[in-house]
Structures are given as C-alpha cells and as structure tokens.
Design a protein around this ligand. Structure first.
Ligand code: MG
Length: 386
C-alpha cells in the first residue's frame, strides 16, 4: 500500500473523488501535492483542507496570486511545476487525472521516478502506449488503472494472473442515445449529449461516452495496459454500469468486478492494491437492482468502436492521431460549430493518413499531437463547417 500521494488534476471530477477518498483515510495516506488548472477557488479550499507541501497551477499569474494568499506554501506552475510535484520526497503514488499532453508528460515523469502511476488519464496510453510501457518497464514502476473498466480487468487478473486469458469484455453504459434506436444522431444537441444516464463526469468525457468514443479509447488503452491482441478485446453494452468489466479465461470461465458506479471505488483500489480497506461507497443491493442487461454494440450507429480496432491494426502514430482528432472535434461540437455525427467522421478522416510514423520518444508524440491539432482544425474549418 502507498502512503504519500500527489494528485494531478485535483479540481476535476476524478480529482475531487480522489480527495474525498483521501479525506476519509487521513490515517493511511498523506496528500503531499496538488495540481489544478483554472479552478483556483476550489484549489484554495483544497489547500486549506489538506495543507499539502506544494501545489501547481497552469499559469504564472495564478501562481503569484496563490503565493500571496498562502505565503508558506510552495506554489509551482506549468509543466515544470508538475515535474516538481511528482518528485516530492515521500511520494509513492501519483494519481494522474489531468487531460491532454500536460498529463502525458507528467505521467511519464512519475514512472521515471518509480512512483506508482494511478492512471485516470486515457490519453497517456492511447497516444503513447508503447513508450509509456517501455518507461514503466525500464524504471520497474507500476501502472494501476483508475478508469472503472480497466480497474475491473486489473482486479480480475489480480486473482489469477495474466496467464490463461482468452479475452476481456469491456462494458459500456451505451450513453444517452443507446435506447432510442430511431433517433437520428446527426440532430443531437450539446445539452442532450451532456446528459449521461449513469455516470457524473467532466464535459469532454461525457461527450465521449455519448459517441462511444470513450469506449474506443478504452479499447486502445486496454491493449497497452494488459498487452492483449486486438481480437482479445470485446465490448458489450451494459446500461446499469454495475458490472465494470469482465475477463474470460481459456477454460471459458469468466470473472467480473461489480460495484456501484462511483469513481471513488477504483480510486481507492488503485491506492490499496494489492490489499483492500473499507471504502466510502455503499454496497450493491442486488435484489433492488433486479436485473442486469447486456446488449451488442451497434458499430454502424457508433462508428467510434470500429475505428478503435482500425487504430490497433494501423499501430504507430494512429493512437495519438485518433485521440487528438477526437479532442479537437469535441471542442468544436461543444462550441456548437459541428454536429454530433461529425465527431467520429472527423476522427475517421484524420486516421486516413495515420499508421506510417512510429514515434519513439515522448517528444515525438508531443510534436505529433501539436501537428495533428492544427491539421484537424484546418480540416474542420475548411471541409466540415463551410
Ligand atoms: Mg471508463
């Protein structure tokens, strides 16, 4: 079990859940450092509650203001600030819940320093799976997933080891449009896409859940996390979000992990693995639930899932291109500039030229992400909007 913890992305949805877990277990874990983006008011409340050794914010101006209010606190900023937080003495685990390329850099830095990487940021493995795995192996560092599906698979494998796995089955809630099969997805509004039926999350990931792009990213993440072949990764729609994922072994026996849909559960496990302690969530009332349903994924209606397998067979830079194209497309959708169905279409279009390069260093991936952002924007501005 770990003791000293640094939380990157403390004011986001996963970060707030992580702090709730830490607040209930002050005797076991020490919160050493916090990093946040724009929400400085919430960060200030977190500083007052936890008295960390250091914090980091995105910009220099916010850092100066914080120093004024907390004169004895070490206040850092930018990418270097994240590097310093991760390097704090006594840090055993880094909970990586910052989106985007900043999160990717910090995750790799944590692995290099042999911290346990409690990974909530999907981009890290989607964009740079091969590199991140290599960094973890070289340093002898552990990656423990925080995403509920990946945590479920990780927990099932902890029971019997990776040998003898036939396939894994990721569950997907199906998002808000799964049940309404007659609905033309091209007409979906931003407000409709933001109304997720079972999970309460940030805006980007909620849109990703509605397009099933979130599941697509998880398919890619699963490949890198557990070193599986694409044909060993399946997806099934499970609207109740109670079975978090399953593993089928060669004898055709299956193990599943179940729990209430609350991120505090996988966050706590990522810190206590391989042990367990009493958690903050209520148990499942199976009789009250009554039934659990499973349905196939309609890959024509939700093309993101099929695209994930294209990414895996293309390899090389395809994961970084796919993830970046989706990020940009979601920004345009949230700004009301493109339609819902354009999101997977943009990602598919940007994938057409992917798979030829193979980034070997983190810097290559960061450059590729920056270049893909510009190409995706140009494609949307010139061919989708006009
Ligand atoms: Mg998930």
């Amino acid at each position: 079990m770990v003791n000293g913890v640094v939380v990157l992305g403390s004011t986001g949805s996963v970060g707030r859940s992580a702090l709730a877990v830490l607040a209930e277990n002050r005797d076991r874990f020490r919160l050493l450092g916090l990093a946040a983006g724009g929400n400085v008011q919430l960060l200030e409340r977190q500083i007052a509650e936890f008295s960390p050794l250091a914090v980091s914010v995105s910009g220099e101006k916010a850092a100066r203001e914080l120093r004024g209010r907390f004169p004895r606190l070490r206040v850092l900023h930018g990418a270097e600030g994240l590097d310093e937080l991760v390097a704090l003495p006594g840090c055993d685990a880094v909970l990586a819940a910052i989106n985007g390329t900043e999160g990717l850099r910090a995750a790799v830095q944590a692995l290099r320093l042999k911290r346990r990487l409690c990974l909530a940021n999907k981009e890290t493995l989607v964009a740079a799976g091969e590199i991140v795995r290599r960094e973890a192996a070289v340093a002898g560092a552990e990656i423990v997933p925080v995403d509920s599906e990946q945590s479920a698979i990780f927990q099932c494998l902890a029971q019997s080891g990776p040998a003898g796995v036939r396939r894994v089955v990721l569950t997907a809630s199906g998002g808000p449009f799964f049940r309404d099969r007659g609905r033309d997805l091209a007409t979906v509004t931003v407000a409709e896409a933001l109304a997720h039926p079972t999970w309460s999350m940030g805006r980007k990931i909620t849109i990703d859940s509605a397009t099933l792009m979130n599941k697509a990213l998880e398919i890619i993440e699963t490949r890198w996390l557990f070193d599986l072949a694409p044909g060993q990764i399946d997806v099934v729609v499970h609207p109740q979000s109670v079975v978090h994922s399953l593993v089928e072994f060669v004898d055709r026996s299956m193990l599943a992990q179940l729990g209430v849909p609350d991120m505090k559960l996988p966050i706590l496990y990522s810190l206590t693995h391989p042990g367990r302690i009493a958690g903050p969530c209520p148990g499942l009332d199976l009789a009250a639930l009554g039934r659990l349903e499973f349905f196939p994924v309609d890959r024509r209606r939700f093309p993101a899932v099929a695209l994930a397998y294209d990414v895996l067979s293309l390899g090389g830079d395809a994961g970084a291109v796919f993830n970046t194209a989706n990020e940009v497309a979601v920004e345009y959708f949230l700004a009301g500039k493109i339609g819902f169905s354009a999101i997977p279409a943009v990602a598919a279009r940007m994938l057409e030229r992917a798979g030829q390069q193979r980034p070997v260093a983190l810097e290559d991936v960061l450059a590729l992400i920056a270049e893909t952002r510009e190409r995706t924007k140009a494609h949307i501005e010139n061919e989708v909007i006009s």
